[in-house]
Design a binder for this molecule. Structure first.
Ligand code: CTP
Ligand code: CA
Length: 225
């Protein structure tokens, strides 16, 4: 899509996003992951580019085409995603964490395929991954930092808790308890919160919703900078 110059509120700004799931290896052929499709993050990357930003998209494994004009960095694990984000974050004015990052990864990654044994039980020990968005928000010269929160209950309570606990400038929360929205759907609805304000963006296609959220982000960015 094309926007008139006045409708390019992100012109001159560099914006980085994370999108998709991460994969946490158990052995050379197996991993722990989640159902994130990456659609929301990729829609946000395309919309940010259309609104004038120079966009870097750090993506976990997804089957989506890179939006035109967007610089894409492919990663697998949460640790890879953390490293890729930290390598480029200093040049960014805005950071949006849309990825469904695995909270834990297997403590040991077997170097060969794990064999089935006679035992009926198997225990896998997990260790916590770094929190990417919280690490970005803790930087001394932090960019305007936006998080997402996918919740199945108490959406507002958990979103406000994450906004404060992770020191975010904005959080976009969605209720993923219904199958018509969120994760694999083409549609979504978002409740957006920032310190001292909120706005609900009702159920819409992810392209339209992405434009609305980025307009809110641009407004808030310019209000605070
Ligand atoms: N996030 C991140 N790095 C992680 C975990 C989460 O950057 N290791 C980001 C997500 O991309 C999202 C925000 O943090 O923008 C909230 O993710 P969420 O999973 O809802 O929050 P958690 O703090 O992991 O809490 P929980 O899973 O217990 O709800
Ligand atoms: Ca999590």
């Amino acid at each position: 899509r094309h926007f008139a110059p006045k409708a390019r509120p992100l012109a001159g700004l560099r914006l980085m996003l994370t999108a998709g799931p991460t994969r946490e290896a158990l052995d050379p052929v197996r991993y722990i992951s989640n159902h994130s499709s990456g659609k929301m993050g990729f829609a946000l990357a395309a919309a940010a580019q259309a609104l004038g930003a120079a966009v870097t998209l750090v993506s976990g494994p997804v089957s989506l085409a890179t939006p035109a004009g967007v610089q894409r960095v492919n990663v697998e694990s949460a640790q890879n995603m953390y490293d890729a984000v930290m390598a480029g974050i200093e040049e960014q004015q805005i950071f949006i964490a849309c990825a469904a990052v695995a909270d834990y990864a297997p403590k040991m990654v077997a170097s060969h395929k794990i064999k089935k044994t006679r035992a009926d039980n198997m225990v896998v020990e997990l260790i916590k991954n770094p929190d990417i968005v919280a690490s970005v928000a803790a930087l001394p010269r932090k960019p305007f930092t936006v998080g997402f929160a996918a919740e199945t209950r108490d959406v507002e309570k958990y979103a406000l808790d994450k906004l404060e606990r992770k020191n975010l400038d904005m959080i976009a929360a969605n209720d993923v308890s219904g199958s018509d929205r969120g994760f694999n759907s083409d549609q979504n609805a978002l409740s957006v919160f920032w310190p001292g304000g909120r706005q609900h963006l009702p159920l819409a296609g992810k392209t339209e919703l992405a434009e609305q959220l980025l307009t809110l982000i641009a407004n808030r960015y310019h209000e605070t900078h």
